[in-house]
Design a protein around this ligand. Structure first.
Ligand SMILES: [Mn+2]
Length: 269
């Protein structure tokens, strides 16, 4: 069984994932694991040893693990998106669907400036194509440290982060707009970027949800950080199951199925 998770934000104090061992119930029976971006923030002072330890954990628990890049771990691998089952199931972190990678973020202007600089430096990268556009996004994020000390659990620092997340309140309105527009943006780009896709799995916006757009299903797997929780996307044979990820007594489990999407045989529609 393939399982897709995203946005673990491991080592970030805002993540509810404290120890990797706590994921073991969620990894049991998984043959292939895709971690769809923002597994950690490896641009904000996380040591190479800590990243290596994290990679080794997953590789020791699951036979095949793929780390897809996100805006917070833009160079964790060379996999910027993945597809399987004749490309009927595709996964990408999701910032690629937004011109300003993190529209709700306080670093938005800085990221946009860095993205613009990357465009000037790399005219060979096509901003309208999937590969070129993700490459620009990853260049914009590589070396970009967070404005916060992510690992600090000091109450005063956590309060500062909370205030920064709530003010200006326009950030929250932008977040609502992003949640509303994501499925339409995926459906708009899918015919060109993921032409065979029946299911496109994203993370990034931390909003666990399933949307139907015509024949396309768009899934967001939420996050292990923030209040809304996470989904797992499982592929067994030709059937995609979206499950709630549950936390119980500090451990993470696959929970109830919230959507089942049978993949249709290619050529039969
Ligand atoms: Mn992200």
């Amino acid at each position: 069984m393939l399982r897709i998770l995203s946005d673990l934000h491991f080592h970030d104090a805002s993540s509810r994932l404290r120890r990797l061992d706590d994921l073991e119930p969620l990894l049991a029976g998984v043959d292939t694991l895709w971690l769809n971006g923002d597994t950690c923030d490896n641009q904000s002072g996380l040591s190479a040893a800590a990243v290596a330890e994290m990679l080794a954990f997953f590789r020791s628990r699951v036979p095949a693990v793929r780390f897809i890049t996100g805006n917070h771990d833009p160079d964790i691998s060379q996999d910027h998106w993945l597809e399987t089952a004749e490309a009927r199931l595709c996964a990408v972190h999701g910032d690629v669907f937004f011109d300003d990678l993190v529209p709700w973020g306080r670093q938005r202007e800085l990221i946009n400036a860095r993205r613009q600089a990357a465009r000037l430096l790399h005219p060979e990268l096509d901003d309208r194509g999937l590969a070129g556009r993700i490459a620009l996004h990853r260049l914009a994020c590589t070396g970009l440290a967070s404005e916060h000390n992510l690992e600090s659990r000091h109450p005063a620092h956590r309060l500062r982060r909370l205030v920064a997340a709530l003010f200006p309140p326009s950030q929250f309105l932008t977040m609502l707009r992003v949640w509303r527009t994501l499925p339409g943006l995926v459906a708009f780009h899918a015919p060109e970027w993921f032409p065979a896709a029946q299911v496109v799995v994203t993370g990034h916006v931390h909003f666990p949800r399933v949307w139907r757009r015509g024949a396309l299903t768009v899934v967001n797997t939420g996050a292990f950080a923030g209040p809304l929780g996470a989904y797992a996307v499982d592929l067994t044979g030709d059937v995609v199951n979206v499950r709630r990820v549950r936390e119980r007594a500090g451990q993470w489990f696959p929970g109830r199925v919230v959507a089942t999407i049978p993949l249709v045989a290619t050529g039969s529609r």
